[in-house]
Design a protein around this ligand. Structure first.
Ligand SMILES: NC(=O)c1ccc[n+]([C@@H]2O[C@H](COP(=O)([O-])OP(=O)(O)OC[C@H]3O[C@@H](n4cnc5c(N)ncnc54)[C@H](OP(=O)(O)O)[C@@H]3O)[C@@H](O)[C@H]2O)c1
Length: 245
């Protein structure tokens, strides 16, 4: 069953830029009450200017106390939580700090477990938690060890946690390249060349935008039959030969 999001409370952790900002914008357009978060207060203020009617709070989603305090203070029910906070950890073996690598994987899993504990008591049947994942590490390649392990652990955790948090749901969106501030930071001067290459090589002949991911995110919130799964959204990027990180 697909439910209307009008009047529902939607939280976007990491909603001040990129994919999260697009999700917040579309959730408002769907008539939801939206709360966005991000670490940087100035970026949050800019995002709230662009999201009329939304509320917001600045804190680090990886700070357990701040996360618990944030959810404890929210209006209830919390119908849907979308998680865009976080970023990829790339690195060739010679450059990897084993401790940092383990911490990156652990931090990602920790956030999922914390949300699975915090959100369901505030939610109602059909509520959902949707997190970002990736398709970029589906082909093993030098430099993808940590991101590959993070994606694998997210996939396993979503399926297993979904069993325990029902009737609230948990799903993942695995994206390839999405044209966001994060991609711009990672690619620097190479951004336009990468966009061009993707237009030429992707089966869809265009670059995937944050709004494409937001379309799917809102569907996963509204479709109460979907839980414990990963939806790939990469314009067919995973069908192409791997690109080294
Ligand atoms: N872009 C891609 O190609 C792509 C592909 C696959 C997966 N993803 C994943 O999708 C997610 C969103 O990507 P994006 O490209 O939209 O990134 P982005 O443009 O950098 O936006 C990330 C958003 O999350 C916030 N954020 C980051 N870390 C946070 C934290 N610890 N606590 C609270 N807020 C945090 C950022 O604000 P502050 O910096 O102010 O906190 C910002 O609002 C990331 O997890 C990324 O790894 C992206």
């Amino acid at each position: 069953m697909t439910e209307s999001l009008a009047g529902q409370n939607i939280v976007v952790l990491g909603g001040t830029a990129g994919i999260g900002l697009a999700v917040a914008r579309q959730a408002l357009e769907a008539g939801a009450a939206v709360t966005v978060t991000g670490r940087d207060a100035a970026r949050l203020s800019g995002a709230l200017d662009a999201l009329p009617g939304a509320k917001g709070q600045a804190f680090d989603a990886d700070d357990p106390e701040a996360l618990a305090d944030f959810f404890a203070a929210l209006d209830r029910p919390v119908d849907h939580v979308f998680v865009s906070a976080g970023g990829p950890y790339y690195g060739h073996l010679a450059d990897l700090d084993p401790r940092q690598a383990g911490e990156a994987i652990g931090k990602s899993l920790e956030l999922m477990i914390r949300l699975a504990q915090l959100v369901p008591p505030l939610s109602r049947p059909g509520g959902s938690i949707t997190l970002m994942s990736g398709t970029g590490s589906k082909h093993p390649a030098p430099g993808l060890t940590v991101i590959g392990a993070t994606v694998a652990s997210r996939t396993a955790a979503a399926a297993n946690l979904a069993l325990e948090i029902g009737p609230v749901r948990m799903n993942l969106i695995a994206a390839g390249f999405v044209d966001t501030p994060l991609s711009a930071r990672l690619l620097g001067d190479g951004l336009d060349a990468r966009r061009r290459q993707l237009r030429e090589t992707l089966p869809v002949h265009r670059v995937i935008e944050a709004s494409d991911v937001a379309d799917l995110a809102l569907h996963l919130m509204a479709n109460t039959a979907v839980t414990g799964v990963v939806y790939d959204l990469d314009g067919g990027q995973q069908l192409l030969p791997a690109v080294e990180a």
